[in-house]
Design a protein around this ligand. Structure first.
Ligand SMILES: [Zn+2]
Length: 96
């Protein structure tokens, strides 16, 4: 599975699209898609994925925009996004 496919799985799950439809459109196996979703906080009811994902990211120390693992600073405020680019993207998404 390529990074591009992973990104697409995430964004399709955010739109509430099912595993089978994702697998078909990306030319992947349903089991592969399901496993990836289970490992990455994208499993469960399609309508709830979006709401659950931000909670999952917080619990698992992941960037809610790209799913990258966050490197938290030893001191000071904990980071919510992996990079300035993701933070900007998150804010832009909220405005739409
Ligand atoms: Zn990120």
């Amino acid at each position: 599975m390529t990074d591009a496919q992973k990104r697409q799985i995430r964004s399709m799950r955010m739109d509430g699209i099912g595993y089978k439809a994702i697998a078909n459109s990306l030319g992947l196996n349903v089991d592969q898609v399901h496993l990836y979703c289970r490992m990455n906080g994208l499993a469960g009811d399609g309508t709830l994925v979006k709401a659950n994902y931000s909670i999952w990211c917080k619990q698992n120390n992941r960037c809610p925009v790209c799913g990258e693992k966050l490197r938290q600073p030893k001191t000071g405020r904990s980071k919510k996004y992996c990079s300035g680019r993701c933070r900007t993207r998150a804010f832009r998404d909220k405005c739409n």
